[in-house]
Ligand binder design. Structure first.
Ligand code: FAD
Length: 480
């Protein structure tokens, strides 16, 4: 089955040359359900060429630490084994600084006399700069494929969207066209016979170091086997109460799939297909239901279709909206990316007195006056993930307790990217910009410090869930 042509972009004007087809794996660390790899294989078969997969490993990518690296390395080990079985060579290049990836890739393409390179769409600045370098400097054809969104970001919309309400109808209209079953990756017919330098990526961390780093994230078993296990658990235990319970930080109704989605270990399209199979409905039925029950009221009796609808709203609409934001808004991680109404209101509140102010270190150590905030911070530090509801409260309080929204953005991004297993992701930048700067939200009533940006309070949390239980779990017992 050919790949939908609208998923693919030709990134330069060069021709496909003699030589192997290269899949430069970047955002999508998986071999199944991966449109980029499937497209590379399609080219390899059509032109009768070997296929090589290359991954550029940046150990501290955008501030990630050992825990993230260990998680990634386990996944790479799995990928290598699976590719060997498919007669496909796998190569890793290491870029210690994150600045050399472009040149290292060009060196590699020259070494193997590449015929064409296919890579993943990635909206963040740093990987986009690698991409730009490669497409400009490669002497062969370069293609970009969006394998992260069900509806390719450039097809869903040609501009920065205002919010979920503007992108939702566009995505829903296009879903039937793009939500197709994936073909299987075939065993490669043409083996690469040339010699390649042996990369020492397996030595970046010893097996012992990997195991030690993974202890704190044992809720997220690594690799595709881990992703499948978590998905199965969610379908059996979380989905049936998702719409009601996902906002309770003491409950486990959320899927915990974000790290796998972030690293591209599982595709959101696969998750949607599995959810539909599980509830025995097609996408049109779920969307129809969702349209009629946009909001879940406490008195509603919810069906599995409602729960699935609420989940797919997050997994499809919110997630793809985040990619839209980072793709079309260059300043996705600064106050310049905020809507004008928020910026104008901050101009009026910037000098407002802050009852409490903290510096980054105090936030990092969870040493504020607010036990609930400290508990959320400790949840993120200790297990690499903060509950989704707490993330909003957490970021909004950073705005309240810092001198400027600029400072709040920097601190929130630093903490989220350093400690969250799913950090360094468009969802993170959009989520932080939503909380601090009103991105994708509407203007609320004016308040000190927040201006027109939506406020959240400790009292509000108390009315929604058992705050004491959450504090006890994360601040004092520090475990699930
Ligand atoms: C301040 C702040 C920071 C955030 N940082 C990140 C981050 O670094 N990485 C990240 O993946 N998400 C982030 N989010 C979005 C959201 O909180 C997480 O995606 C979610 O909590 C992940 O847990 P889950 O996979 O169990 O979610 P589920 O509730 O099971 O949702 C399934 C999937 O849907 C998507 N999704 C859910 N909620 C959102 C949302 N609000 N926006 C966009 N996509 C969503 C995610 O891909 C998620 O994995 C952030 C939100 C806020 C407010």
């Amino acid at each position: 089955m050919p790949i939908h042509p609208k998923r693919i972009q030709k990134l330069n004007t060069k021709e496909i040359k003699d030589g192997p087809i290269i899949y430069w794996m970047n955002r999508e660390m998986r071999i199944n359900d991966n449109w980029s790899l499937l497209y590379a294989q399609q080219l390899a078969q059509e032109y009768k060429r070997p296929l090589i997969v290359i991954y550029n490993l940046v150990p501290n990518f955008l501030g990630g630490g050992k825990r993230q690296l260990a998680f990634k390395m386990k996944t790479l080990q799995e990928i290598e084994i699976a590719l060997i079985k498919k007669n496909i060579v796998f190569q890793v290049i290491i870029d210690d600084t994150g600045k050399k990836s472009g040149t290292l890739l060009i060196d590699f393409l020259q070494t193997v006399h590449a015929g064409a390179v296919v890579t993943d769409f990635y909206p963040l600045r740093l990987p986009r700069s690698w991409n730009t370098y490669v497409r400009k400097n490669a002497s062969c054809a370069c293609f970009g494929v969006d394998s992260h969104n069900i509806v390719p970001v450039w097809v869903a919309s040609d501009k920065k969207e205002y919010g979920a309400y503007t992108i939702r109808p566009k995505i829903f209209r296009l879903l039937p066209e793009f939500l197709d079953e994936f073909p299987m990756l075939q065993k490669s017919k043409y083996a690469y016979a040339g010699k390649l330098p042996v990369a020492n990526w397996k030595k970046l961390l010893s097996e012992k170091e990997i195991q030690e780093s993974l202890v704190s994230i044992d809720w997220a078993p690594s690799g595709v086997s881990g992703a499948n296990k978590i998905l199965k658990k969610f379908l059996q235990n979380g989905l049936q109460s998702y719409a009601e319970m996902r906002n309770d930080p003491n409950d486990h109704a959320q899927s915990q799939l974000s790290p796998y989605l972030h690293y591209g270990i599982i595709s959101s399209q696969r998750i949607v297909l599995e959810v539909l199979k599980y509830i025995k409905k097609d996408i049109a039925q779920v969307l129809h239901n969702q349209k009629n029950k946009a909001k879940v009221s406490p008195h509603m009796r919810l069906t599995m279709t409602d729960h699935a609808g609420a989940f797919l709203e997050e997994l499809i609409v919110r997630k793809e909206l985040s990619d839209n934001f980072c793709f079309y808004e260059e300043q996705y991680d600064t106050v310049d990316g905020f809507p004008n109404w928020a910026k104008e209101s901050f101009a009026k509140t910037n000098k407002d007195t802050r009852e409490y102010t903290y510096i980054q270190k105090q936030f990092e150590q969870g040493k504020t006056h607010d036990d609930l905030w400290n508990a959320a911070q400790m949840q993120m530090v200790s297990i690499g993930k903060m509950h989704g509801y707490m993330r909003m409260y957490w970021a909004k309080k950073i705005l309240e307790w810092t001198k400027t929204p600029e400072q709040a953005m920097k601190i929130a991004i630093y903490l989220n990217d350093t400690y969250s297993l799913d950090g360094r992701d468009p969802n993170g930048y959009a989520g932080i910009a939503w909380s601090i700067g009103g991105v994708h939200d509407r203007a609320w009533f004016p308040r000190p410090i927040f201006g027109l940006v939506r406020y959240m309070s400790y009292g509000g949390c108390k009315g929604k869930f058992d705050v004491e239980k959450y504090i006890q779990t994360w601040l004092y017992k520090n475990n699930l």
